[in-house]
Ligand binder design. Structure first.
Ligand code: ATP
Ligand code: MG
Length: 308
């Protein structure tokens, strides 16, 4: 695949269906999408002007790796993954552009909630707990400290906001009103099952997955709930190095901490349109690659070589 950093992609051979903060979705046919990940990165909810080398490939290859691991550990799990091969019919330069950073997936009706699972208390959950003893409205045991593990992982959904809006934390009961009783408890059980399997796998490899966000779709022909989107990546999860973990204080995240520290030092936090200097982009890239290698047990180069 081409090693250039790509923050914007316009394919001419396929119709574009949607564009998110990080991905572009193209329609291959009425049942199949090209799920294409750029090198864009956000910090403090703001997208940087330039990208992180290899980030799109890392997120794509890591998600594909997880689909394999999870299918082994959760019998009967359905996912949207079809293949890492670029679709036929792209021009040679476009094929090179998407190779490694894209996958073909089944096009499904997306449940409009974010299925968040938390194993450890941090972020907005910690803020809420300090005020009310609850997390997403759910009462929690007394005496939790900053970054404590929950006695067992909890399902804490949020709304799925439009681009530019912020997701809102909701209770599982509110999520059930959105997706319907018919699917709510199955989504909750699946989200917990996938988190627990993924967190155990990552822990064996020195990474704590403090919390994560899943998305699910519906296979309308079989009524099956299908795991979609990216899965257990540093963008959709908080990854902490297990050997540095200490309860009672904030943890350095694996991937974006370097960028966040630089933004704070330069007084650029929340500023739009900031370009990272090359050393910051490279250091961030190295951290994403390190997380990939620990979890996949191979380097990104090795994973990409397997594609050819
Ligand atoms: P962010 O992840 O940055 O908060 P986002 O989720 O809007 O924002 P992206 O991750 O860039 O954006 O884009 C992925 C989009 O593709 C999401 O809207 C997701 O719901 C959608 N999606 C994922 N898998 C499928 C699928 N199999 N069928 C249809 N839509 C899908
Ligand atoms: Mg997303």
């Amino acid at each position: 695949m081409a090693s250039q950093v790509v923050t914007k992609i316009e394919l001419s051979s396929l119709p574009k269906l949607a564009s998110g903060k990080v991905r572009d979705l193209y329609e291959i046919d009425d049942k199949t999408l090209l799920f294409l990940t750029t090198d864009r990165i956000s910090a403090f909810d703001v997208i940087m002007a330039n990208g992180v080398p290899w980030k799109g490939a890392i997120l794509t290859q890591l998600t594909a790796h997880w689909f394999g691991v999870l299918a082994e550990r959760i019998p009967g799990l359905k996912t949207h993954f079809l293949t890492l091969a670029p679709p036929a019919g792209l021009s040679p330069p476009e094929t090179e552009l998407v190779r490694g950073r894209s996958m073909q997936v089944r096009k499904l009706r997306v449940f409009p909630i974010e299925a968040i699972v938390r194993g450890y208390i941090t972020g907005s959950a910690w803020s809420e707990y300090q005020k009310s003893g609850t997390v997403h409205g759910l009462p929690q045991p007394a005496g939790l400290q900053r970054c404590s593990p929950f006695p067992s992982a909890i399902y804490t959904p949020s709304t799925k906001a439009e681009l530019g809006q912020h997701d809102e934390n909701i209770t599982p009961a509110q999520a059930a009103e959105i997706v319907g009783e018919r699917y709510a408890s199955r989504i909750e059980a699946l989200a917990l099952q996938v988190y627990n399997a993924g967190a155990a796998y990552a822990r064996e490899r020195g990474i704590i997955i403090a919390d994560t966000k899943f998305e699910f779709g519906l296979d309308e022909e079989t009524d099956d709930i299908v795991l979609i989107d990216e899965v257990l990546t540093p963008d959709s999860s908080r990854f902490w190095p297990a050997d540095e973990y200490e309860v009672g204080r904030d943890q350095d995240s694996f991937d974006k901490q370097f960028l966040r520290n630089w933004l704070i030092k330069e007084g650029l936090k929340y500023k739009e349109g900031v370009a990272m200097p090359p050393d910051v982009a490279e250091a961030t890239s190295a951290r994403y690659k390190d997380a990939f290698k620990r979890l996949a047990g191979k380097t990104l180069d090795e994973a990409l070589a397997e594609l050819d």
